[in-house]
Design a protein around this ligand. Structure first.
Ligand code: DX5
Ligand code: ZN
Length: 231
């Protein structure tokens, strides 16, 4: 059942920040009350876009104590687990649609000492990730097609958020349920109502206005959504 006292995490996505002033974007998020940072790794193969790799994660690690949630949109996550962990990733989130066997990736991430997250694209069913639930610290439900920030939230993914939250709760798991893509104060309310507890926010934090004000609006939205959440 959803509980208003459950911790709600806001995780600004650095993909939407100005890369020429990344340090400022990190500090603004930290000062503005972010709970974590989300870093989108893209290999130009699993998704058409290319973003950044372990060196940038290490540079961010060096200037913040915020937990780093590393979203691996890459075809062969197994090859890179160690590098992203060494660079300072706290949670490594891989896609179950990648080319590596999911259980092996889970084991490798766990063995590295990082927390384990698994992600599904908007058109992937919850069945693809359900068998991993007992071993996960985070279930990431993508609410846009992976590859780019600034897309529109796909509300059809919300039943998957609800299913994940309910099943994790029933089994006693405290894993986070994340939504990623198109999260704004308005869509964040719906995601929180559906049981999401971790909100990745790119453009809604960095695209316009003040980072702290944007985070405050998002905070109010997720808290209100979680209060309305149906048990
Ligand atoms: C998309 C990424 C998201 C993205 C979120 O592939 O996984 O994390 O940066 O950005 P917004 O919030 O702008 O959709
Ligand atoms: Zn992401």
């Amino acid at each position: 059942m959803s509980s208003p006292s459950r911790r709600l995490w806001l995780a600004p996505s650095l993909l939407s920040a100005d890369f020429a002033s990344l340090g400022e974007a990190v500090h603004a998020a930290e000062k503005g009350g972010a709970d974590a940072l989300h870093l989108d790794v893209m290999d130009g193969h699993f998704v058409p876009n290319i973003s950044f790799g372990p060196a940038l994660v290490g540079a961010v690690r060096a200037i913040t104590k915020l937990p780093l949630d590393i979203h691996l949109m890459i075809s062969r996550p197994l090859r890179h687990v160690e590098a992203f962990r060494k660079a300072g990733g706290d949670t490594l989130v891989f896609h179950v649609e990648s080319e590596d066997p999911p259980l092996e990736v889970v084991r490798a991430i766990r063995a590295s000492g990082a927390s384990v997250g698994a992600a599904i694209r908007p058109d992937t069913g919850i069945d693809a990730v359900r068998p991993l639930f007992p071993q996960l610290d985070e279930v990431l439900v993508m609410s846009v097609h992976p590859g780019f920030s600034g897309q529109k939230f796909i509300p059809e993914v919300l039943p998957k958020v609800r299913t994940a939250r309910d099943e994790l709760d029933r089994s006693g798991s405290t894993a986070l349920v994340s939504v990623d893509g198109g999260v704004t104060p308005s869509t964040a309310v719906d995601a929180a109502r559906a049981g999401a507890t971790f909100f990745v926010c790119g453009n809604s934090v960095y695209n316009s206005g003040d980072v702290a004000d944007n985070l405050a609006r998002l905070r109010a939205a997720v808290e209100s959504g979680a209060r309305d959440g149906v048990p």
